[in-house]
Design a protein around this ligand. Structure first.
Ligand SMILES: Nc1nc2c(ncn2[C@@H]2O[C@H](COP(=O)(O)OP(=O)(O)O)[C@@H](O)[C@H]2O)c(=O)[nH]1
Ligand SMILES: [Mg+2]
Length: 228
């Protein structure tokens, strides 16, 4: 989907309060390190330099924002949150990072959706579950949520089906999907969902009545009739 390919580096920050306040909807990608997050973002956006932007020294533990939108007009933002659970990271850095992430997920006002990436061969880890708990109140209040099972090419068809049904239960209220960067499985589907999350349709009646000048006149008449 062309829209995702418009992704461009916007900014980077060590924690939430350094990020610019934005009006456009934002979608956060989260997951443990090695879950396939960079590969997924690169595949969806078809841009290798995005992961490169995130990998620059000093930015690996940062929140990185990428702007989306055609003709240079930003209509949505992708957030790349650093991966968690990497064993080699010192304990105090882990705790600091968990706080940065929790703060972002709880407080970012324009956050419209969260994509949680899971390697289905490992399943959900304790930190993934903590993250689910952190966002649960916002999901209940309408935040979009998707569990993305990465590296699906490493599973047989029956393993994929099993992993998906487990994930659907775990996603509690959200949705779950299979994804493979290698086989390009789920790429279009995920891109389309992210578009829908960030471009909610107006109610059907508005869509119908605002289609043409003639239908605009009908809408005006209808509104007058209703208020009469
Ligand atoms: N087979 C396969 N390997 C993948 C896929 N996505 C990522 N990987 C591999 O998994 C490892 C971690 O990926 P990466 O995107 O760096 O994970 P991140 O730490 O979550 O950003 C790398 O060796 C990738 O090549 C996929 O769809 N299929
Ligand atoms: Mg990465």
């Amino acid at each position: 989907m062309g829209w995702m390919h418009t992704a461009r580096f916007l900014t980077t920050a060590p924690e939430l309060h350094f990020l610019p306040a934005l009006e456009v909807p934002e979608i956060a990608f989260v997951g443990r390190s090695n879950a396939g997050k960079s590969t997924c973002i690169n595949t969806l956006t078809q841009q290798r330099q995005l992961a490169f932007a995130s990998r620059k020294p000093g930015r690996t533990q940062h929140i990185n924002l990428f702007a989306l939108g055609k003709q240079g007009v930003t209509d949505a933002v992708l957030t790349d949150l650093p991966g968690y659970g990497y064993a080699a990271v010192p304990q105090r850095d882990k705790i600091r990072w968990q706080q940065v992430m929790a703060n972002y997920l709880v407080s970012r006002e324009n956050l419209a959706g969260v994509v949680l990436l899971i390697d289905p061969r490992l399943g959900m880890t304790e930190l993934d579950e903590v993250l689910l708990e952190v966002i649960r109140p916002r999901v209940e209040a309408g935040l979009k949520f998707m569990l993305l099972l990465t590296k699906a090419d490493k599973l047989t068809r029956s393993e994929q089906a099993k992993a998906l049904s487990i994930a659907r239960l775990q996603a509690g209220g959200g949705e779950a999907r299979l994804f493979s960067a290698l086989k390009r499985q789920g790429v279009e589907d995920v891109a389309q969902r992210l578009w829908q999350w960030t471009h909610p349709h107006p109610p059907a009646i508005e869509r119908f009545f605002t289609a043409t000048p003639a239908s605009n006149r009908r809408l005006t008449l209808l509104k007058e009739e209703c208020s009469a």
